[in-house]
Design a binder for this molecule. Structure first.
Ligand SMILES: Nc1nc2c(ncn2[C@@H]2O[C@H](COP(=O)(O)OP(=O)(O)O)[C@@H](O)[C@H]2O)c(=O)[nH]1
Ligand SMILES: [Mg+2]
Length: 332
């Protein structure tokens, strides 16, 4: 009972814009705290208002610098911004995250901005479990925009990027031509592509290359008049260091939001996000219970039954699963 009072207080303080309360709530998610159930119940009715923007791309292309420039532009437009910098590749808060913090420290004193780095802590579920819940927290406490920066190099990163309402894929000249992007699987997840470091040589070639790769997914003969307009990912250029191109990026994000709302795509994505979130919570709970069963005396008993030929291993596994089911259905 005392804990539920705490949670309600914490949520209220976070909604008043107190950074420490927001940080506490995100920590509860990172620690997979038992009070998350309460936090979730408190926040659920308040969610669904934030625009969730994923920013992904290979290391070093300028994601954090771009994120910082996007924060500045959003603040000029009056939005409150929550940022999660997710790095699944580093088990501890390492150099990459430190760099992120340095690049975003311009906003450290701004009460309208909350920035948090999240790393894998080797816990069940990892960032794939924690990120959607942290997004939900920032949404629920009232941020207008939630930016999620992830390193786009592997499968889990692609999954995290898939959590967003819109995904921006960032590349830089030379290191991210279209073919490479296709190989890394990030061509499919991008709603819009940004060639950052446009102050460097080769940016226009990368833009052309990307546009060509994207056009392959839009064959002319497949277009029919009845087909609802598909979103064709635009390719923009930015110089994140100076903020050049960032206003165009925000305008394009606005355009995508309007399209996504009108076409039903936004709802489809949010449904998918909720499905994954539920699945991750359920699977984690299930694995914990399995752990209890396999560690406990029950497995020993079943093993003895198999060795003594009173039971075959399939029958024993059924009994283990029966025990799980009876645990998870309190009333039926
Ligand atoms: N020349 C140039 N350098 C940039 C630009 N944006 C970022 N950088 C630099 O690229 C490096 C990596 O940036 P960072 O934002 O940490 O990349 P991340 O790993 O994708 O988050 C840093 O040294 C930045 O200063 C840009 O537009 N032009
Ligand atoms: Mg970064």
């Amino acid at each position: 009972v005392t804990q539920s009072v705490h949670v309600a207080d914490l949520v209220r303080q976070a909604r008043e814009g107190r950074a420490r309360a927001v940080a506490r709530l995100v920590s509860l998610v990172e620690d997979a705290s038992p009070v998350l159930r309460e936090v979730s119940a408190e926040l659920a009715p308040l969610t669904g208002r934030a625009h969730v923007i994923g920013i992904t791309g290979p290391p070093g292309v300028g994601k954090s610098t771009t994120t910082s420039a996007v924060i500045a532009a959003l603040r000029r437009r009056g939005s409150r911004v929550g940022v999660l910098a997710v790095d699944p590749s580093s088990p501890f808060t390492g150099g990459a995250l430190l760099g992120d913090r340095i690049r975003m420290q311009d906003h450290a004193l701004d009460a309208g901005v909350f920035i948090r780095s999240m790393a894998t802590r080797g816990r069940l579920g990892g960032v794939a479990w924690a990120t959607p819940q942290a997004v939900r927290v920032l949404d629920g406490v009232g941020f207008d925009v939630v930016l999620v920066e992830t390193v786009g190099v592997g499968q889990s990163e692609v999954e995290i990027a898939g959590l967003a309402d819109v995904t921006v894929v960032l590349l830089a000249p030379g290191m991210g031509d279209g073919v490479q992007a296709a190989k890394a699987g990030i061509l499919e997840i991008g709603d819009l592509f940004v060639v950052n470091k446009a102050d460097r040589e080769g940016a226009q070639a990368t833009v052309r290359d990307l546009r060509h790769m994207i056009s392959l997914g839009f064959p002319r003969e497949a277009r029919t008049p009845e087909e609802p307009a598909r979103w064709r990912p635009p390719v923009l250029t930015t110089v994140a260091l100076t903020g050049e191109g960032v206003d165009e990026l925000l305008d394009t994000l606005d355009r995508h939001e309007q399209w996504a709302e009108g076409s039903g795509e936004l709802r489809r994505r949010r449904l998918r996000r909720a499905e994954r979130e539920i699945e991750a919570i359920a699977m984690t709970a299930l694995r914990e219970r399995m752990g209890d069963l396999t560690d406990g005396p029950r497995l020993g008993e079943l093993a003895a039954a198999v060795v003594d030929r009173r039971l075959d291993p399939y029958g024993a596994a059924d009994k283990m699963l029966d025990a799980l089911t009876s645990q998870s259905t309190p009333s039926a």
